[in-house]
Design a protein around this ligand. Sequence first.
Ligand SMILES: Cc1ncc(COP(=O)(O)O)c(C=O)c1O
Length: 405
Amino acid sequence: MGNTEQLFRDISAGTVPGPPVFLSAKIADYRQRAMGHGSHILQGGIPGDGAIILSSNDYLCLAANPVVTRAQADYLVEQGRGLMRSDVFRHELGPLASFEQRMAQWTGMPSALLTQSGWNANVGLIQALADKQVPVYLDMEAHMSLWEGTHSAQAKPRPFRHNSAQSLENMLKRHGPGIIAIDSVYSTSGSVAPLADMAEVSSRYGAILVVDESHSLGLFGPMGAGMVAALNLQDQVDFITASLSKTFASRGGIIIGSSENLEYFRYNARPAIFSSSVMDHEAAGFLATQEIVAGAALMRAELQAKADYLREGLAAAGYNVSASQSQIISLVSGADGRTIRLRDVLEKRGVFGSVFCWPATGRKRSLVRFSLHGNLTQSQLDRVIDVCAEIAPEVEPQLWPVPRS
Ligand SMILES: Cc1ncc(COP(=O)(O)O)c(C=O)c1O
């Protein structure tokens, strides 16, 4: 009581102390990192009319698709939002179960389970699978959610060299079977995993293989069913995970695997238990989206051709974009100050990518990422190349770090 009275007196006198030192130190550190170079590293300008937007992962341009929005809106109007609860209580059939069945069939795996996000899929999965005794082998560029799951499980992260099956094997030899966590297409560089090699090593060492297909589902493989399906690796991959905020252009995530494994996940992964599930009308939208994605062979092929064209143009203009083998192409300028300058000169000329910096990249490996989409026109692609050629003397790509493929 005495303390409370003192606090009230301090408030009246205006002498309440500021935040505790541990917090003010963190805020000061953040401000230095984010704004130490003048403007906020993640906050560029606002695109004006005619700007070329390369910052969205809506690769097949479905965010405003009228068939999808109609499916979602109709369901919402007719049925409302459904039951507000954790997924552990769901047992009836409905759009969530229909979508899960559809995703399993599409990818050629036994079963699928919706999650609230790609983040929750990965964090929950690794948390539920690993523990202090189970090593988690992470590609050095694996998505942060896979690392976060490892921390959540209190498991030991065992990083291996990016895209190196040999480095993975060396680690497995040393530390024994565990969980291998990789992306199929890496979100910062656009590099593609040597999936068949990784799967072969995983099988030989009796490991569990988790492949995050967030940036490949819908864009690679038969009818867009992803890279695991493209390479017929369903028997060697234990779990596919994906964010549905990329090609599926919404909020949500999915885990695809055996029925037994997914049942285990559903009742043991903390994000699945302690956070409420995806809503029915969202799943109605996913069902409509999946149909469009499966039939989008032409846009898929055109998107990869556009990526090839841009990569070639950028290389000719002096940029090393050899790490990319997909619709993600990054300009790895390295130091944060240089990356802010690069972003600003691009934006001044109407080209808007996204800045990635530590902890999304290694320190001194920050970059501007271009995420391509199927509606980009030839003249927009040429404009991006022309802009990059024009700014090259100013941003000096020859001095940048060599990208890792
Ligand atoms: C490879 C990868 N995995 C997982 C996620 C997380 O997905 P979500 O945004 O659905 O949480 C992302 C998105 O940033 C991603 O790029």
